[in-house]
Write a protein that binds this ligand. Sequence first.
Ligand SMILES: *Cc1c(COP(=O)(O)O)cnc(C)c1O
Length: 457
Amino acid sequence: MKTIIEPFRIKSVEPINFNTREERIYLLGKADYNPFLIHSEDVLIDLLTDSGTSAMSSAQWAGIMRGDESYAGSPSYFRFRDAVQAITGMPDVIPTHQGRASEKILFSILGGKGKYFISNTLFDTTRANIEFSGAEGIDLLCEEGKHPSVPAPFKGNMDVPALRKFITDHGAENIPLVIITVTNNSGGGQPVSMANIKAVRKVCSEFCIPLFIDACRFAENSWFIKLREEGYAHKTPREIAKELFSYADGCTMSAKKDAFANIGGFLAMRDENLALKCRNLLVITEGFPTYGGLAGRDLEAIAIGLEEVLEESYLQYRIRSIEYLTNKLIDAGVPVMQPAGGHAVYLDARAFLPHIPVDQYPGQVLVGALYVEGGVRGVEIGSLMFGKYDEDHKLIPATLELVRLAIPRRVYTQSHIDYVAEVIIEVFNKRDTYSGLRIIEESAFLRHFTVKMVPVM
Ligand SMILES: *Cc1c(COP(=O)(O)O)cnc(C)c1O
């Protein structure tokens, strides 16, 4: 088989600023060892997130020019609505400025004290919005998903027996929604099988609990189903995506992921009454229902992006490029999440830096090392992001200590990816030389964005 090439040519380029290792040591210290506080101009290869960092196509840029900025009833809204309806089959489509705005609206209406929202794994903003409403978020990930180095085809699946047990123990009336995140971002970008979605749907129907999809990476998940699940090899990604959404009552979406947009999101659902409540909140917090939190031009870019993301040549290249980097690291003995996920490579920081205790945040140490050695910026997905404290202010660690290297869509070429592999392997070869970090300043919600740290002496 021949090399799978990038299914695009480059028409416009952005220069990368080069800096030295010494400069990066200084810059990391100045950023209090928090990669979110490093200026992006000081980063060579930015793998902080795949969110809003996609390269838009020439068709999307043309759509930007076509965008109609009418306050109400813009044709751009209707093209956006039609694109979302065609994939999700959901009649009510509510534009928001990004995924978390959809979450804020949804959980303000359905959340509150004493309520539980159950998921395979909630993403950090989703969990934060649930907790901010006073409710509790519950992750019920399948057993395979908890073992980073053990390959399995659908490690994003929900633990269905645990779901049934939780509902029975806590009462269906206290569970406003079950949410399946596809792919499972916090759990390693691992896909969820159609069989699992169907099984969750069945339990939800039995207890009359609506099922929502956190659909940020619905196209990547659909491609994995095509590759790995029996009976889907001959189906198109669009057919698979439509089936996936057919089992859900609604979805939240960040268009900054699988819609190649730099900003945007939406809520879509089948329940008219819930949609009415959402729109009432939308006009207060986002905007009029035909633009939400977006400009008409953004609605066009999203509508076009939703078409492009389901193209087979794109999805084949996309998933292969993640697998390519993952395999290079596996060959070098670097502990990574296996198999490769859909949008990122996840390093297992606990296995990578076994001499650093979890309360000294090995993931964050690894993030700093990758920046210093090669100007590569990743993000910790571990106890800094998800850790809690007990009554004695002792850290309750997260299940996994991961470092995520998220690959922006259509942005980097194969030589960029080769360089990233070289940097990771260099850090791995001198892993014994790194020491831990401690927190000197933090906030109550989403602390990883603003945390300040210093090396443990
Ligand atoms: C990015 C993301 C969100 C939040 O979307 P934003 O557009 O960043 O607000 C929610 N869930 C998942 C799984 C995500 O990846």
